[in-house]
Design a protein around this ligand. Sequence first.
Ligand code: ZN
Ligand code: ZN
Length: 372
Amino acid sequence: MKYRAAVLHTIGGRHSIEEVELQALAAGDVLVRLHASGLCHTDLEVIDGALAYPLPIVLGHEGAGVVERVGSAVTQVRPGDTVVCSWNPHCGHCFYCERDQPILCEPFTRHQPAGRLLDGESRYRLAGGRLLHHFSTTSTHAQYTVVPESGAVAVPREIPFDRACLIGCGVMTGVGAAVRLARVEPGSTAVVVGCGAVGLHAIQGARLQQAGTVVAIDLDPQRLELARVCGATHLLGPADGDAAELAARVKALSAGRGADFVFECAGGEAPLQLALDCTRPGGSLTILGKVGVDRKVSLRFGSLMGERRIIRSSYGGARPRRDFPWLARLYLEGRLELDALITQRLPLDRIDEGFDAMRAHRTLRTVLEITH
Ligand SMILES: [Zn+2]
Ligand SMILES: [Zn+2]
């Protein structure tokens, strides 16, 4: 079988839309006919060389579509199911899976950085036979993808594909951080530093947990407006002063103590220090932002004192079979904002325009609408 995919051949290069040859499905594989794929900042990190993956590769890890075919051992999904892809499939029986830490699943962490599926193989070849790499077992910037069974998660078919795909990364990471990991409490004060896609979803998670006060902090007025749409009760921007003044304002909103739950979603030393300074003694800080893996971060040690709980998360504590259908239903019930967060829609062959817009901060979420 052949289909079209956006292939990245060189760091810093443009994608080329090429025909890809699919190898035979293994027993645990699911072939998904994709209809929508979100562009995430992690894809851009690979393109720009900040995150090293073998090339050539098909990027994309926020995908939604319909199951086309399944391997002989697959039982959880069947052809015709609407699915969202999970970028963290897991084997279910390694050291970490047995300890309910699937994000650290050993076959996943061994083979995923090498651009392979959990069995260490690639199912893709370029025309001419050259091996093509998978990205985080999803590779959704394409007409089709092959994922392990635990990476194809059925959701209600009523949710449109362009909304559903967002659940696979940004929504799960942000909402999950607030609901599943930090476990924001009703009536509490929550602060989100950085209102990109993940930060906006952390705000939604805090709202879903019935936080009493939800403070959004960002430099961009348009993002703050979206934060209001997502449920922030207070907005703090550049007009509200420097970092010390911002932290003082957060304290003033929380009886002088600081916030119960803080989410750092910007990435960088200054936002991390601000997030710590907004956290009350005994409160929790969840770090979702990223800096380069080789970069050092210096923090004021005193801001770490006081029995703070610091959580680092990549995927919001995702248990995709539990969480993806729940998030899809929240959207269908009108309790999760997704429509306002899609700021650009493009066909697959204009993928690079989406990444250009992301680099220039001109889009919050770009979704590829994939045709066949
Ligand atoms: Zn992502
Ligand atoms: Zn495992």
